[in-house]
Structures are given as structure tokens and as C-alpha cells.
Design a protein around this ligand. Sequence first.
Ligand SMILES: [Zn+2]
Length: 297
Amino acid sequence: MEIAERQMSTYQKILNIPVGKIDNLIAIHTDLARSIEMTQQQKRKIIAAEMNGKAYDQAKFDKAIVAIGSTENHGFHLPFSTDTFVSQALAEEIASRMENMLVLPPLYYGMSEHYQHRPFSISLRSEHLIQVVRDILESTYRWGIKKIVIINGHDGNIAPIEIAAREFKAQHADARVVSLDAWWVSAGNLLPKDTFEVWDGLGHAGEGETSIALALFPDLVDMSAAKGVVPDLPPHLDIKWLFSELTDTGATGDPSKGSREKGEMMKAALVDAVVKSLQELEEVDWRYESLKLKKQI
Ligand SMILES: [Zn+2]
């Protein structure tokens, strides 16, 4: 007996489901397994880390997407690579819905100097991260891929990515670089106001980040250890804090309010929004220059 059938016959006994309905359930179960398998196969064809030269030559990539993450403490309950896992998962999901977009290997390290008070933060200095991002952009461009999407996973990376991308663009006017700088802010803006219970879901390893972790890699989340502190910061000013000034748990916000459902909503809203914008760019071949300009690049 197939595994699916065996499982279903067990369910049938436990739940006392009429025999006719079992066939439907088996069909749904098998369809679901097949569609998950297909999605995995489709994704594998666009993941650079798993690709060989033959597959690359047969494909026609004209766009690339790269996740820039971090390795740092994420409270007592989330893994150190949370920022990489989230940004890479978003990148893969976005690319799987686009044509000819190559998913570059993610960067597992970021600028985490302000998260140094708890293990296991490994930080690239800002100037190094600028150079690393710049080199990734330059190398990608060298292979003829001039449309590049950056998915950032971590607050300390925002400024280095900005500098690297601006400098790269100044050197290569025909390149197109776009970025999702702060998914944790974008998610809050995209979802209904009452989605989150505490501090608009914000925080490092807070309600929002814990939610998306529960949606993307639940096996690596220990909700029994989810504790945070909501900091009392003034509005309109960006305080250049050390994380140890805000919390003694490695987390801000309220991770205990995180849920898989909220995380699924965040992921769907973010992917939909980015894909929609990218498709609008595709429609004009990424020629976003203002039409009134006389001289086109
Ligand atoms: Zn994080």
C-alpha cells in the first residue's frame, strides 16, 4: 500500500470517515505532494548554488536576486542565521514567480557591531560589507546580468548596501539595481493595522520576525524561550543604540505574540508586493527613466 493510502486508512479509522471520501482525500494529498515537489524542482533550476555550467548555459538569466543576511543573536528563541534564512526564502519565492531570475547564494554575514553583546554575532565591518556587496554586484554584471534585486535581511546592512549600490550604479549607468531594504517595516505597511498586537510587530526577534520565522522555519523556533523588551524610544529621531541598551533578552518587541498565521500573511504580502513591482518594471524593460527626459541612457 502507498504511504499516502496507508496514512489515509489510519485517518479513516481514527476519524471514522466514509469510504467514498477517502479517495478524494488521497487525491488531494497526492496533488499537494506533487505540487510541493514541482515547486521544489522549479526552484532548484534557479538556485545558483545548486546549478552547473550546463544548466546555466541552457537557461537565459537576465536578472539576479541576492539575499544579504547576518549571523547574530536573535533572542533566546530564534536561530543566529534568522536574517539570512528569511531574506533567502523571500528571494527564492520572488524569483520562482519571475521569468529568468537567478537566485545568487546568500551572504550569511552582515554589519552586526551593535549586536555584539550576546553570542553568536559575527560582524563584517561596514567598509568590508560595502566592498563585498559591491563585488557581488560587479561580478554579476560581468556575466551580463544587469538587473539585480537585493533582499536585505538586517538593519545594520541598510547603509552599506545603499553605499555599495549607489557607487555601482554610478559606475554602470546601464545597470538596474533595486532593493527591499527593510522587509520588517514593509510588512507592517502592507498588512492591515490590527495585524500585530505589540509595537506594530516591530523589534529584533520581535512579534513580526518571530511570526515570519514560524512560517518559514518553524523547527528552528523555540517559543518557550520567546521573551523581549519593548523599548521606549522617541519618535522622529533615529537613535544610534547598542542593542544591550535596549534589552537584556537579545530581543525587542514581544516575540511571544508571534504566530505562524501572521508570518504567512507577512510572507504573502511581501512577495506579492515585490513581484508586482518587478513585473511593472519588466513591462517597460526596467526603463524607469522619466519620459520627459530628452536623453535616454
Ligand atoms: Zn533579524
